[in-house]
Design a protein around this ligand. Structure first.
Ligand SMILES: [Zn+2]
Length: 478
């Protein structure tokens, strides 16, 4: 029998606010354990939470960008469970009245993935377990009270590829909105997946499992593919799938049972009596809607139409808002979109990759890249010299002009001068000339190399090629 997968995602994004959701503690990642805590986020008796308004604003930004309906009345609830990472023994979250609901995000295929809800909540602390057998755990409460939004999709995804595409698109949008840095490796973007299988075409849903511990896009795709395989085998053998939470084990590339699924009533949700309900003024919501930036999909379409970029280029460059802004800033000084896009996709991304940096760290002055491209067009320097100069611009921040002058880089296109160098090289390497004239055309490459060496790499390659061919043709006739 053929089975179809039914997949839904729950995505947690840590919000990039300066302070926590209910207190003034800092949210900086990587600080000494327990240095960013206070009675409120440590859950000490009598401490009272006060909602950070920025958290509501950020959640609304996400909701509006994802086409959600915004609640005019919302509240915060206590979700009770006992675990050492949760000092109060309850998490403040939202239950029946989330801030945003009924949105959607469209995949490249045009398929619509419904977003059931987006709500705000606080993050828990972090447990660090001792090595096997030593039997203790350490807890860091710096993360306790860091604001999160949880984005829950309807079970509209059908394949691991769709799930990965959804998460990538969602990540792009959240980063464009500037509400989360979305670093999966630092846990600021986390994803759980629900997955069940049903016979192809069937209406009823099968038993689902929930996958946790997914910390990269690759892991999401692989965990879902593994689970589809595992559940198909069980069903094909006439066995049943157990409703449970499973964790993805990266090292062994498999999922393992973690615990049987809690029911909602296990959490004994109730409204938090310390926090007042959130009543949203439509004018406030409208002001946030008006402040949203151009989103990735719209920017990509505009780059294709306005700058005639190929879809591939437009997709890659709008993959980061910073890169897209850089691209447009270069065009202000030098309007040649395809040339700028080639340099960004080539040299800029190559150098960022070499340094292990994300586009956000790119510090090149756009006017500098524009200046460099203009000099290449004018034949003042060659493309390969341009690459050498750009690498120095990238690393030092100096202008191309400063580097070109300091290093004496220029392109020699003067024919008479180059013809003399060509003649001299042909005289120095008679064997190569002989080889070339006897059909070993590869010998020309060697000769070009020698000419470049003689001119310290400054000869214009196009000019040399023409001159060399002319001189060799003369020798062939003579
Ligand atoms: Zn605090």
């Amino acid at each position: 029998m053929k089975f179809e997968a039914v997949i839904g995602l729950e995505v947690h994004a840590e919000l990039a606010t300066a302070t926590k959701i209910f207190c003034g503690c800092a949210t900086k990642y990587g600080a000494e354990p327990n240095t960013q805590t206070c009675p409120v986020c440590l859950g000490l008796p009598g401490a009272l939470p006060v909602l950070n308004e920025k958290v509501v604003e950020y959640c609304l930004r996400a909701g509006l960008a994802l086409n959600c309906r915004i609640a005019d009345y919302s509240k915060l609830d206590r979700k009770n469970y006992f675990y050492p990472d949760l000092p109060k023994a309850y998490q403040i979250s939202q239950y029946d009245l989330p801030l945003c609901r009924d949105g959607f995000l469209r995949l490249a295929s045009g398929k619509t993935i419904r977003i059931t809800r987006i709500h705000i909540e606080e993050d828990a602390g972090k447990l660090i377990h001792s090595p096997e057998g030593e039997g203790y755990s350490l807890v860091d409460y710096n993360r306790a009270g860091v604001p999160l939004i949880e984005i829950v999709t309807a079970p509209d995804l059908a394949t691991p590829e769709e799930a990965v595409e959804f998460l990538e698109k969602l990540r792009r949008i959240l980063m464009y909105l500037g509400i989360s840095d979305c670093k999966m490796e630092e846990g600021s973007l986390r994803c759980d997946a629900n997955i069940s299988l049903k016979p192809a075409g069937a209406k009823h849903l099968g038993t689902k499992t929930e996958l946790k511990n997914i910390n990269s896009f690759k892991a999401l795709g692989r965990a879902l593919a593994y689970e589809i395989e595992r559940q198909s085998e069980l069903l094909a053998e006439g066995k049943t799938v157990k409703q449970e939470t499973r964790k993805w084990e990266e090292a062994k590339q498999r999922t393992l049972p973690l615990r049987s699924k809690e029911e909602t009533q296990d959490y004994r949700y109730f409204p938090d009596p310390d926090l007042v309900p959130i009543e949203l003024d439509p004018a406030y919501v409208a002001a946030i809607a008006a402040s949203l930036p151009e989103l990735p999909e719209a920017k990509k379409r505009r780059f294709i139409e306005e700058y005639k970029l190929p879809e591939y280029d437009a997709d890659l460059i709008t993959g980061s808002k910073h890169l897209a802004d850089f691209f447009e800033a270069v065009l202000k000084f030098y309007f040649s979109p395809k040339a700028a896009s080639n340099w960004i996709m080539g040299e800029v991304l190559r150098l960022l990759g070499e340094e292990g940096l994300t586009p956000e760290a790119l510090a090149v002055n756009p006017a500098h890249l524009a200046d460099l491209l203009r000099r290449i067009d004018a034949g003042e320097i060659s493309v390969s010299q341009g690459k050498t100069v750009f690498e120095k611009v990238f690393r030092t921040g100096a202008s191309p002009e400063e580097i070109i002058r300091a290093e004496g880089i220029r392109q020699i296109s003067d024919e008479a001068r180059l013809r003399a160098v060509v003649a001299q090289v042909l005289q120095t390497y008679p064997q190569s000339v002989h080889d070339y004239l006897n059909g070993k055309t590869k010998a020309a490459q060697f000769l070009i190399g020698q000419i470049m060496r003689e001119t310290k790499g400054q000869a214009n390659p196009q000019v040399i090629k023409v001159l060399l061919e002319e001189e060799l043709a003369k020798l062939a006739q003579g």
